[in-house]
Design a protein around this ligand. Structure first.
Ligand code: PPS
Ligand code: ADP
Length: 308
């Protein structure tokens, strides 16, 4: 039995519990024991045993990446979470075939990641862009949806494939079971993060616009993606401006106590501490939504997202 649990060591139990190894960078360090490592496909060099028959199940402690068959099947795979438990099951009597890796993910047990030969890089090549999520966060009325649309339009005009995940819209379907209680908002963010991750893997520029009031959950979405694939855009528009706009009349209802737990009124909003982009008023005036969108498009252009 071989297991990788979260960020911890890989444990090898081919014969007995005592044959135990911690694994670093594809090398199992085995104590001198009489386990049948070689017959199981290990090449023994001193006390180091290379996992050539498992070529390529490896985990680096720093990157939280598990490699399977030489390619990363990592915490950044859509559907894979870094705290999943992975195990390569039952390799006693195993003779050189690759081992299916099963993982336990929440309540899903014995699931195996299925890889396809067409990969994210192929899709990006096809689309001539880099998949990423532009995560627009801010108070209700700050202009998230408007900027998301302007951005979608601007990128579309440049021949780039985008998709908008708007909090309000997703709550009409996938997230219709969620309320505005703290745990449901957190779940709303998590689910949209997971869907965004699929879009990123598809090579799409995914624009997520939702209040997403909690820093921890936003940061968790960031952490679940490869470095650079999560671009946070903070709509830094003061509450009094959002309230004056009040396009849906919700602030009025919240002030009248008819909506409880409204963000900014009697529910918290935690602004980002280091978002990639901040869009804010300039001398008391907001730039137009198209100007805001241009700021984001320039960022994407400058940082190489608009080519493969
Ligand atoms: N209690 C409360 N607090 C905040 N917002 C509320 C609330 N109840 C309903 N609405 C409407 O729902 C929209 C926000 O949905 P989100 O999914 O973006 O919110 S969250 O990220 O889960 O906090 C939000 O839309 P936007 O104005 O587009 O932000 C509101 O129209
Ligand atoms: N840059 C802007 N300048 C002025 N008004 C804006 C701007 N962006 C959006 N608005 C207006 O503000 C209101 C709220 O915009 P919306 O995009 O619905 O915000 P959110 O999605 O954050 O709730 C709308 O009436 C919209 O027309």
């Amino acid at each position: 039995m071989m297991t990788v649990v979260g960020n911890n060591a890989l444990i090898c139990r081919p014969q007995s519990e005592s044959c135990c190894a911690s694994m670093k960078l594809g090398v199992l360090k085995l104590p001198a024991c009489n386990c049948k490592a070689k017959s199981l496909g290990f090449h023994i060099t001193g006390t180091e045993v290379k996992t050539t028959f498992l070529p390529h199940v490896r985990k680096t402690e720093t990157s939280r990446t598990v490699q399977i068959n030489g390619k990363s099947a990592s915490s950044h795979q859509p559907g894979y979470n870094s705290n999943d438990e992975i195990s390569a099951i039952d390799f006693s009597g195993f003779s050189g075939k690759s081992i299916p890796l099963t993982s336990t993910n929440g309540n899903s047990t014995n699931i195996v990641w299925h890889k396809c030969s067409v990969e994210k890089s192929d899709r990006q090549e096809l689309l001539q862009q880099r998949g990423c999520v532009i995560w627009i966060t801010g108070l209700s009325g700050s202009g998230k949806s408007t900027v998301a649309c302007a951005l979608g339009r601007g990128l579309h005009a440049r021949g780039k494939l985008t998709y908008i995940l708007d909090g309000d819209n997703v709550r009409h379907g996938l997230n219709r079971d969620l309320s505005f209680a703290a745990e449901d908002r957190a779940e709303n963010i998590r689910r949209i993060g997971e869907v965004a991750k699929l879009f990123v893997d598809a090579g799409v520029i995914c624009i997520a616009s939702l209040i997403s009031p909690y820093r921890e959950e936003r940061d968790a979405c960031r952490a679940s993606l490869p470095e650079g694939d999560f671009i946070e855009v903070f709509m830094d528009v003061p509450l009094h401006v959002c309230e004056a706009r009040d396009p849906k009349g919700l602030y009025k209802l919240a002030r009248a106590g008819k909506i409880k737990g409204f963000t900014g009124i009697d529910d918290p909003y935690e602004p980002p501490l280091k978002s990639e982009i901040v869009l804010r008023q300039n001398q008391g005036l907001c730039d137009s939504p198209d100007d805001f969108a241009d700021v984001v498009i320039s960022y994407l252009d400058k940082n190489g997202y608009l080519k493969a």
